[in-house]
Design a protein around this ligand. Structure first.
Ligand code: SF4
Length: 272
């Protein structure tokens, strides 16, 4: 899949943290659209996608002048009080075009200069390792959350065929940990995994967050139902994993390996 790219200067970059992100003062999306195009992505049903007129995952708008705009907004926001930023809520800040365009990197450069009180970086891309030098400069004011929904590569290919391999994500968590950067593995949405999953994650990170469609899609699972995700489970004869209680099995596995206070469920695991 080759997405169509466009270049657009946004009016603003920092948006108010609302709903699931109400623990944050702001959300920050370096791009509009996302080339990873995950089958279960709830953004597919949001106005940003539905008004576009093209399928989610086939287009990406690169935000131009982003660093200049962020610097001004950040300076202004910091005058009003603490600033906590979630990057990103409706795109992946390290999707493939970031390798060339470096919008996220320039935003991080701004944030090592005008430092927010806390920055949460949500990605599923090993490209984040490129920015270890900048992330280190944020010390404990940053956490990199790497999405690892499963440890099964066949399951990844089934649900999110355009995303980076699981092994590369796990290796990236290891590199980030070795570089002293706070991390978590984010098992969200939980997908079918093996008994060894918790051990695999514990070897590379100290913290894990679990979420599913029913708690985490902002609509009690309705958005996900509308996407027809259930049919993927049915085709693979994995229906038992598409259930509001299915996360409990993964949660128990995590709790047998991670200390209890390092295992988070749903929104709590995304908070500053
Ligand atoms: S990486 Fe995130 S924003 Fe991008 S398609 Fe997947 S779930 Fe949606």
């Amino acid at each position: 899949m080759n997405p169509t790219y466009a270049y657009k200067q946004p009016k603003t970059l920092l948006n108010k943290g609302t709903g699931f992100l109400s623990g944050y003062t702001h959300s920050l999306n370096p791009y509009t659209g996302c080339a990873f195009g995950c089958s279960y992505c709830y953004v597919r049903q949001m106005p940003v996608s539905t008004f576009k007129g093209f399928p989610w995952g086939t287009w990406v708008d690169v935000k131009t002048e982003a660093a200049t705009i962020l610097r001004k907004e950040l300076q202004r926001a910091k005058l009003k009080g603490p600033v906590t930023i979630f990057m990103s809520s409706s795109t992946d800040p390290y999707q493939p075009i970031e390798f060339k365009e470096q919008v996220t990197r320039t935003l991080l450069q701004v944030m090592t200069d005008v430092i927010p009180d806390f920055l949460f970086v949500q990605t599923r891309s090993p490209l984040v390792r490129r920015d270890i030098d900048l992330l280190q400069r944020l010390g404990n004011r940053v956490r990199v959350s790497m999405t690892v929904e499963t440890d099964r590569e066949d399951i990844r290919k089934l649900f999110t065929p355009h995303t980076p391999p699981i092994a590369a994500r796990i290796h990236t968590l290891k590199l980030l940990k070795e570089a002293g950067i706070p991390t978590q593995a984010t098992v969200a949405p939980i997908l079918p995994s093996t008994d060894n999953f918790a051990h695999t994650l514990y070897a590379v990170t100290e913290r894990v967050c679990i979420d599913d469609y029913f708690m985490g899609d902002g609509s009690g699972g309705r958005r996900t139902r509308n996407l027809g995700i259930q049919s993927i489970y049915e085709q693979a004869h994995l229906e038992e994993w598409y259930h509001p209680q299915a996360y409990l099995q993964v949660l128990e596995r995590m709790k047998t390996v991670f200390p209890e206070n390092r295992v988070f469920v749903s929104q709590r695991g995304f908070e500053p």
